[in-house]
Design a protein around this ligand. Structure first.
Ligand SMILES: C[S@@+](CC[C@H](N)C(=O)[O-])C[C@H]1O[C@@H](n2cnc3c(N)ncnc32)[C@H](O)[C@@H]1O
Length: 287
């Protein structure tokens, strides 16, 4: 299928293919953790999206906030956010002990005293107090859930632990309309990234929940407070988010600019693509 065909299909088709859950719902094993964290280092393919998410998250939390990260993985995003927001307190939750020990050792290497990592299933958030958190965040994790019922359970758990008026920023892949479009996106990644990342991306896009799934959950979950955004043309990236709470502190802007300046031209271009495709889908960012 040509790129043009795929774009037409993504633009006009109303149907999508059946979801194929991730072969490994939990990410474990030294090799998996090493490969994954490699992509999240400065210069890696995931670092630009982390910077984007960190800015969006920073715009939704205030000093003193208690924040939970669902499926924190190796903690690279959460540690970045915790470093930028030293007056807030963060808890990352993941089912993978291997990912958690990587996250903890990175937090201690960065001398971050405001982040804790706990082992648990984010669909139930067992052990997390009700109405106790100011914000719940997540990046690239929801598609690891086994089915739509688990997605619904996750949104109910988020609703339970959040304080009234609490903030959310839940970002994930959305399901494309055709497997051929998935192949085109994956082949683009395969040309410049590792085979591991291309395979992981492939599995993620097949396992992504549909825009309709997110729309149903976002509508049930605090409908007057949250909005579902998606990248323009196709829902490659979806975000369920509350409105930003206030302007970003100058120190966050400076940290972002310094980190952005260190990106290679390719990574800068990828960041801008994400930023503009989400902006055309309704979600803006102050950078
Ligand atoms: C693709 S990684 C994303 C990690 C991180 N949020 C990021 O942006 O790089 C997904 C993570 O979700 C975790 N995970 C999957 N299902 C989970 C569940 N039900 N509860 C907690 N963690 C889960 C996996 O172990 C993995 O570490």
């Amino acid at each position: 299928m040509s790129l043009l065909n795929a774009i037409c299909r993504e633009t006009f088709s109303r149907t999508t293919f059946a979801r194929i859950p991730e072969p490994a719902l939990v990410m474990s094993g030294d090799e998996t953790v090493r490969d994954y964290t490699g992509c999240g280092e400065a210069g890696g393919a995931l670092y630009g999206p982390y910077l984007y998410n960190a800015m969006q998250i920073a715009a939704r939390i205030r000093p003193g906030a208690r924040v939970v990260d669902l499926g924190c993985g190796s903690g690279q995003l959460l540690n970045l956010v915790a470093g930028w927001n030293p007056d807030a307190c963060f808890t990352g939750v993941d089912l993978s002990q291997d990912m958690l020990s990587e996250a903890r050792s990175r937090a201690s290497a960065g001398r971050l005293a405001n982040v804790t990592y706990v082992n648990g299933d984010f669909s139930g958030l067992k052990g997390f107090e009700s109405c106790a958190y100011d914000a719940v965040i997540s990046s690239m994790a929801l598609h690891h859930l086994p089915d739509e019922a688990a997605l619904a359970r996750t949104f109910r758990s988020v609703d339970r632990v959040l304080k009234p008026g609490g903030a959310v920023y839940l970002m994930d892949f959305g399901r494309l309309r055709s497997v051929d479009a998935v192949k085109i996106f994956v082949s683009k990644v395969r040309r410049s990234e590792t085979e591991m990342l291309a395979m992981d991306y492939h599995a993620s896009l097949l396992a992504a929940f549909s825009h309709a799934d997110f729309s149903r959950e976002a509508f049930r979950f605090r409908p007057n407070e949250t909005t579902l955004y998606r990248t323009a043309i196709s829902p490659l990236v979806v975000v369920v988010a509350t409105r930003p709470t206030e302007g970003l502190p100058a120190s966050t802007q400076v940290r972002f600019r310094e980190a952005f300046a260190r990106l290679s031209p390719q990574r800068k271009a990828e960041f801008r693509q994400l930023k503009w495709f989400l902006r055309f889908g309704g979600l803006s960012i102050s950078t």
